[in-house]
Design a protein around this ligand. Structure first.
Ligand SMILES: Nc1ncnc2c1ncn2[C@@H]1O[C@H](COP(=O)(O)OP(=O)(O)OP(=O)(O)O)[C@@H](O)[C@H]1O
Ligand SMILES: [Mg+2]
Length: 608
């Protein structure tokens, strides 16, 4: 082992070592029970020998035979109980170990940043917590037991056989290496084929997952039959690989029994001769045959255990790689001193940012000061508005000295300190499959119901909610009702409002609202004493006109900045946007029936 591979081995075994010491007592008890079972199993042939020898010598009476039979039964009963014990203890251990590692993976994934989550797909992470963990659990549970058991049983059985007759033992074991070698070859092939099955299973599940996520799209484009065909193709491949596995497995077990019978042939022929010659007693002969049959399983287990261990190690390696990725986003530990910046404010100094997988900067040379008040951000699609918001909520790393929060370089502040002060509503509203109430109270689970209602009213979603079948207790998402785009946005907004944080960043989250609702929503967070720092990304002139200033981004740079009325008089982009939206609104008003105008006014974007 080279020093680097030894280091790797230490790292990987470091994942399971704590489990072994934590559940040491459980393991020790389990293995004690296992040894007990093995011992009792080895005793049975000795009892048989006594009975047979008694019979052969004509000494045996009905009574002695019954006593011996009862002894065998008693041994079997105790062995059965101990077998239950070791299974419960050791397989239980492997489940506990699995749980601990799963918790570690989950905790680790939660600490990861956006770049990590962009690199590892959901399917990838799911594979780690299902297939890989299962392989580790198998290796540390049934694999460990089998290895130990095979070792103890084969050693003991061979010792007992040697004790009966050395020469006969050697003769009986003659075909055994054949079994060991062929098992080894077959299991390594099995291992390879099994990998293929796992891979194809992952493909199959990933296919279903992505199809379910985009089921509406599939239906809208009537792609069902194509999807069905692709799925069938994958299914066929999966079955073919499984049959290949069955083929190897089908060879393995008959081969083992065949070799066992070869050994039996040797024992019958030579052992029988020894018995006739009186070299061994008839009882010894029977006991010997029983011991030999006990050897078949450990021989088969060798190859199987080797492949289990191999798979477990491969999976541990994959898990270790996942766990050892460090987030790009540094999170300085909370020193306690001066961690909480006073006045919520942002200062950006020549901030340039390129996405980890990007080729050119998404933001270039941004210098900006944001204090209390409502700030609008606008610009063409792809101009970097969302990127700016994501940097402010600390989703991606920034260079030292380019971004300050409350006067402190964000790289010197714990992520919590910044994020705890920001209510963020992303461009796509994220709702959980939970009740509306739970969704709104997500950031403040302890909030009173009245507060939740107040936030919902402020986000103009209260009336919609009470019209749902179970009001605030209505489950949304996959298992419940489906909300419209605008409703989702307003629930997400209510969540941000309830979190009641000094900074509110709303990334284009009002785009699906109609003008009336939009006004009301805007009033709800500009009205409240204006003691917040609100950042409002929008393409809607109406919304922007209500802000304390507007920033126009273009190709990642600040193209202009000023008050609504000033921009209207000097900025081309702003003027064009204004003219277009006025025209659209006017057109809609003309087109609509007079009684409908008040509710019918909508911006062109919503229809897009
Ligand atoms: N995760 C990402 N990885 C790499 N590049 C990205 C990523 N997200 C956005 N970009 C790129 O960064 C640029 C700015 O994107 P951004 O989402 O900030 O635009 P935007 O102004 O919010 O647009 P929109 O109005 O459509 O929401 C785009 O060129 C986009 O392709
Ligand atoms: Mg955006």
């Amino acid at each position: 082992m080279t020093s680097s591979s030894r280091q790797r081995f230490n790292q990987v075994s470091g994942l399971i070592r704590p489990g072994f010491s934590r559940y040491r007592n459980r393991l020790l008890l389990g293995f004690a029970a296992l040894i007990g079972v093995d011992f009792l199993q080895l005793i049975i042939p000795r009892l048989l020998k006594i009975a047979v020898d008694g019979l052969a010598a004509g000494r045996a009476t009905e009574r002695t035979l019954l006593v011996i039979g009862l002894f065998i039964l008693l041994t079997a009963v105790i062995a059965a109980f101990l077998r239950f014990c070791w299974r419960y203890l050791i397989v239980g251990f492997s489940r506990l170990l699995e749980r601990d590692i799963r918790n570690r993976i989950y905790a680790h994934v939660l600490t990861m940043d956006r770049p990590f989550l962009e690199k590892h797909t959901t399917g990838d992470i799911m594979a780690h917590v299902s297939n890989d963990l299962q392989a580790v659990q198998m290796a540390c549970g049934i694999g460990l037991v089998s290895a130990f058991d095979a070792l103890v049983m084969s050693t003991a059985a061979i010792c007992f056989m040697l004790y009966i007759d050395v020469e006969l033992t050697l003769l009986a074991l003659l075909p055994m290496p054949l079994l060991a070698v062929s098992t080894r070859i077959l299991t390594s092939r099995l291992h390879h084929r099994f990998n293929l099955v796992q891979e194809q299973f992952a493909q199959l599940t990933e296919f279903v997952r992505s199809a379910l996520v985009s089921i509406r799209l599939i239906k809208a484009y009537t792609m069902e039959s194509l999807q069905k065909r692709d799925f069938e193709k994958l299914g066929k491949k999966f079955v073919r690989s499984n049959i290949k596995v069955a083929y190897v497995q089908g060879l393995l077990f008959p081969l083992a029994t065949l070799v066992g019978h070869l050994g039996m042939l040797m024992v019958l022929y030579f052992g029988g001769r020894f018995a006739i010659e009186g070299k061994i007693s008839l009882g010894d002969f029977v006991a010997f045959v029983t011991y030999l049959s006990m050897l078949v399983w450990p021989m088969m287990a060798i190859g199987w255990v080797a492949s289990l261990a191999q798979r477990g190690l491969t999976s541990l390696n994959r898990i270790q790689t996942l766990l050892s990725t460090v987030p790009l986003l540094k999170d300085p530990t909370d020193t306690g001193e001066d961690a909480a910046p006073g006045e919520p404010s942002f200062r950006l100094r020549n901030l340039t940012f390129t996405y980890p997988n990007g080729t050119h900067p998404a933001l270039r040379n941004i210098s900006l000061e944001l204090r209390r008040g409502v700030h609008g951000i606008t610009g063409r699609t792809g101009s970097g508005k969302s990127t700016l918001c994501k940097l402010l909520v600390r989703m991606y790393p920034v260079d030292d000295g380019t971004l300050y929060f409350g006067g402190r370089d964000v790289n010197s502040l714990p992520l919590r300190t910044v994020r705890d002060r920001i209510g963020y509503v992303g461009q796509e509203a994220v709702l959980f499959s939970a009740t509306v109430r739970e969704n709104i109270a997500f950031a403040r689970p302890e909030a009173e119901f009245e507060e939740i209602v107040a936030a919902a009213r402020a986000a103009v979603i209260h009336d919609d909610i009470i019209s749902f079948p179970h009001g605030y207790e209505t489950v949304v998402g996959e298992r419940g009702v489906t909300l419209s785009g605008g409703q989702r946005q307003r629930v997400a907004l209510a969540r941000a409002l309830l979190s009641d944080r000094p900074v509110l960043i709303i990334d284009d989250a009002l785009s699906a609202l109609d003008v009336e609702t939009e006004d009301e929503v805007l009033r709800s967070f500009t009205g409240a004493g204006r003691d917040r720092l609100v950042l409002l990304v929008s393409q809607r002139i109406k919304l922007l006109s209500g802000t304390d200033g507007v920033i126009i981004l273009e190709k990642g740079e600040i193209a202009d900045r000023g008050l609504h009325k000033d921009l209207l008089s000097r900025n081309d982009f702003y003027q064009i946007m204004y003219a277009k939206q006025s025209r659209e609104n006017a057109g809609k008003e003309e087109g609509a029936a007079p009684a409908m105008t008040a509710v019918g006014r909508r911006s062109g974007e919503e229809d897009a």
